[in-house]
Design a protein around this ligand. Structure first.
Ligand SMILES: [Zn+2]
Length: 484
């Protein structure tokens, strides 16, 4: 649990299990009042209604929110107040979302250099805002200011999606989300903590190892959650163990993954092990864009949450089926608005509509962080390299390290039966996409280290990428986190 206070953290780490649960419950109850309550229910009821808006209605709602954000940013946010004049536009001239393209893209490094200038003058009173510290996957994280009470809306969006599989707020939930719930040095179970105020159990990811998996599985079966929420790599680990041990007693109604790219083989294993659907979600710490997977399996852009653009290498909207970079304008947080903000994430847009009946743009798949992309010697981008390990149960985990434009180091955690023939097959699979100029080297390891926040990196690239308008300005995107 992230108590924020070193003393309470120390007491928590040195307490017996029952007292840890007690502390977690009390802490969460305090926070819970900020997140749930009548306002949360009101937001959720609004979203339940507007999710069925027809495309034109949804567009009107989005543009109304957009005009409000732009208007407030121009008047009250120092960075934008100066920039609108410099860019030669006024908020009044920007009436619809297509007008947004008249504004340049804002880089993360610009916000990091001077975050205070992104804060609205209307929300400077400490009581009017909450400061959210994100762990940040790479580079320096940004502390984001949100309006007091904003988290109730954020939570309403999450629960809107969760309700699509027949659960409701307050149902028993198991979290695999990287919270430091027990001291890292701990060797014996429990590796989890129960929060009674919201009926949640947080499972530690730092202790999720082969030896400890049986204890995790026993606790999961005993707790019997209705939902599983967390990083795909962690829940996939659990799924493999349950399948191999023949445990079929853990039967949640839905699994909700986020924060890492969900790969097809992980989804398949999780659905098999837990007997329910996996529904994925994309969001980011700046609260400016969201993509939700529905019960029919389609990825929907949450149009009420943000204006989410997917831009190709030329800075224009990426065509359907082609990878592009996600640029977001948040519509709900007026305390620190992000307008045309380069997220560093990538996705593939899709045309058409979904049979679930919800309007709004679709995304074919989310392709991960920009630095999760391998660039080939001839300049093509390869993402989601899971096809390389397709139908290879001998590979438990794999990570690619792009050392140079023509050199990939492939780190593999092998399972019994892994052989030279597998290496040859992986090389063949890679050559098909990456071309013959790419060289490969294999490194067999017992374990692939996670980032401090428990997340897994599929690709570590030491090669600068050139993408979108950054290429025109000569700026290298993602350089801050490139060394991982
Ligand atoms: Zn749908």
């Amino acid at each position: 649990m992230a108590f924020g206070n070193p003393f309470t953290r120390w007491v928590y780490d040195h307490s017996p299990m029952f007292f840890r649960s007690f502390m977690a419950t009390v802490y969460s109850r305090g926070r819970g009042q900020r997140k749930f309550g009548p306002k949360f229910e009101e937001h959720l009821a609004d979203l339940e209604r507007t999710q069925w808006y027809a495309a034109a209605e949804l567009r009107a709602l989005q543009e109304e929110k957009l005009r409000r954000v732009l208007w407030q940013a121009e008047r009250h946010v120092p960075f934008y107040r100066g920039k609108f004049a410099e860019w030669g536009v006024t908020a009044r001239q920007l009436r619809q979302r297509s007008d947004l393209t008249r504004l340049p893209i804002v880089e993360k490094s610009t916000v990091q250099a001077n975050p205070a200038t992104f804060r609205s003058a209307l929300y400077l009173e400490p009581s009017s805002v909450e400061i959210i510290h994100s762990s940040g996957t790479t580079g320096k994280a940004i502390d984001v200011a949100v309006e007091a009470g904003y988290l109730k809306l954020e939570k309403a969006f999450l629960w809107l999606q969760r309700q699509w599989c027949g659960v409701k707020p307050g149902d028993r939930t198991a979290y695999f989300t990287g919270h430091p719930v027990v001291p890292v040095a701990r060797r014996r179970p429990p590796f989890w903590v129960f929060d009674g105020s919201e009926k949640r159990t947080f499972f530690s990811l730092q202790h999720l190892s082969k030896d400890n998996l049986p204890a995790y599985a026993a606790e999961l079966a005993r707790f019997n959650p209705l939902l599983l929420v967390g990083y795909p790599t962690a829940i996939y680990f659990m799924a493999l163990h349950l399948c191999e041990s023949g445990i079929t007693s853990v039967r949640p109604r839905g699994i909700f993954t986020a924060s890492e790219t969900l790969l097809p083989h992980q989804r398949e294993a999780m659905e098999r092990a837990f007997g329910c659907k996996v529904m994925d979600l994309y969001g980011q710490a700046e609260y400016c864009g969201m993509i939700m997977q529905c019960e029919q399996g389609s990825y929907h852009i949450a149009e009420e949450y943000g204006v989410l653009e997917i831009l190709g290498r030329d800075g224009q909207p990426a065509p359907a089926g082609e990878i592009g970079e996600i640029v977001c304008t948040g519509l709900n947080n007026l305390a620190m608005p992000f307008i045309r903000y380069r997220t560093g994430d990538t996705a593939v847009p899709k045309t058409g509509t979904c049979s679930c009946g919800r309007a709004g743009a679709l995304v074919e798949r989310i392709t991960g962080r920009l630095e999760d992309v391998v660039v080939t010697p001839d300049g093509r981008f390869l993402s989601r390299l899971d096809f390389v390990f397709k139908e290879m149960p001998q590979v438990l985990e794999a990570q690619m390290i792009q050392e140079a434009r023509d050199f990939l180091r492939i780190r593999i955690v092998p399972r019994p039966g892994f052989s030279e023939a597998d290496k040859a097959r992986i090389t063949r699979n890679l050559r098909e996409r990456a071309g013959n100029e790419m060289r490969f080297e294999f490194e067999l390891v017992d374990h692939i280290p996670r980032l401090p926040n428990g997340k897994f990196r599929y690709v570590i690239s030491k090669v600068p990428l050139e993408f979108g308008t950054a290429r025109q300005t000569g700026e290298v995107i993602g350089a801050a986190g490139r060394e991982a």
